[in-house]
Write a protein that binds this ligand. Structure first.
Ligand code: SAH
Length: 338
């Protein structure tokens, strides 16, 4: 059988088309359209009412969504979930709603719109546009900050199994999650290791959001929370420190301050576990290189290769032990305090 050659032009056009499609999916996620269809098919009027949208405009979005197989339509012209849009329902296992809504909308989209500025100057597009860094922005816009933190929880939940397959938390007594957000990774670790206690550390605004979540998880008895600034100091006396999606937010000088603060706080021979996308280790195509551009525009950080991470560790008093790739986007880099 003759295979059809896809021309370079067609490939580029397809990419541009997919970018529009992805932006439209993000809007559908923002508007909670999948949630509104959970109880069964709806006519466009009902769906518009339920999602606070304009009937005709929403009709056009849904026509496109159905054309690309993201949602389905029924014989009588109503709209319904299919297996793909099921993944856009919030608060379900493996939900991508918050991630789809976050990555291609709001302040992320605005920063990406200034990618060329970063490319011309090397500056962080986000800071250039907003006049402050993303963390200050989230502090000042608490609903956006909370949405971001929820996105981080959902991304941990998605990689839960991959993380548990790749690392063992059972050898530790006191785990400290530095920049732990709402504590999803620490909760996972404490659920695997019933004898351990944990300390969740993040900025004060984030810790205030995390407190009730820890209480609700039933772990409050052995999980403390601590608010502060990891450029100043981190909680002491852990035999394991977790750093998930932290180093990629910062340049080398800032990373060294964080690592040195952990080095000062950690017990002798304690273990540091870095969860980050390692360039060249990702099993999913090479998304690490795009995540790296996301860091260029959003935070001024970067994704690093294994040698780059080893270098940071050596300069902050840690001995590199190993890097374990997971089935997800993150790898686990383990090091020992020396
Ligand atoms: N580790 C979490 C969150 C990663 S997002 C996870 O993987 O789900 C980065 C985190 O760093 C955010 O929660 C942010 O509030 C925190 N952070 C940023 N600057 C900080 C600082 N100076 N001190 C402490 N935490 C900080």
């Amino acid at each position: 059988m003759e295979t059809q050659e896809i021309t370079p032009q067609a490939q580029i056009l397809q990419l541009l088309e997919q970018a529009w499609l992805a932006r439209a999916v993000s809007a559908a996620a923002q508007l909670n359209i999948a949630d509104a269809l959970q109880d069964g098919p709806q006519a466009i009027e009902e769906l518009a009412l339920a999602t606070g949208t304009h009937r005709h405009a929403l009709g056009r979005l849904m026509r496109a969504m159905c054309a690309y197989g993201i949602f389905d339509s029924t014989a009588d012209g109503r709209f319904q979930l299919n297996a793909i849009s099921q993944a856009l329902v919030s608060r379900t296992r493996g939900s991508l709603r918050s991630i789809a809504a976050m990555l291609l909308a709001g302040e992320h989209w605005t920063a990406w719109n200034e990618l060329e500025h970063s490319l011309r100057t090397g500056e962080t597009a986000f800071d250039h546009h907003y006049g402050q860094d993303v963390w200050a922005f989230f502090r000042q816009n608490p609903s956006r900050g909370a949405a971001f933190n929820q996105t981080m929880v959902d991304s941990t939940t998605l990689s839960n199994q991959a993380i548990l397959d790749a690392c063992d938390f059972r050898a530790f007594e006191h785990l400290v999650d530095v920049g732990g957000g709402h504590g999803s990774l620490l909760r996972l670790a404490l659920e695997q290791n019933h004898a351990a206690r944990g300390t969740l550390f993040d900025q004060p605004t984030v810790i205030e959001e995390a407190r009730p979540l820890i209480a609700a998880s039933g772990l409050a008895g052995r999980c403390a929370v601590a608010a502060g600034d990891f450029f100043h100091a981190v909680p002491a006396d852990g035999d394991a420190y977790l750093l998930k999606y932290i180093l990629h937010d910062w340049d080398d000088a800032r990373c060294l301050i964080i690592l040195q603060n952990i080095r000062r706080a950690i017990r002798p021979r304690g273990t540091l576990m870095i969860f980050d996308t390692v360039v060249g280790q990702s099993t999913s195509n090479d998304m690490s290189t795009l995540m790296d551009l996301n860091m260029l525009v959003m935070t001024g950080g970067r994704e690093r290769t294994e040698p780059e991470l080893r270098d940071l560790l050596a300069r902050s008093g840690f001995a590199f032990k190993r890097v374990v790739p997971t089935q997800g986007l993150v790898s686990v880099v383990e090091a020992l305090a020396v």
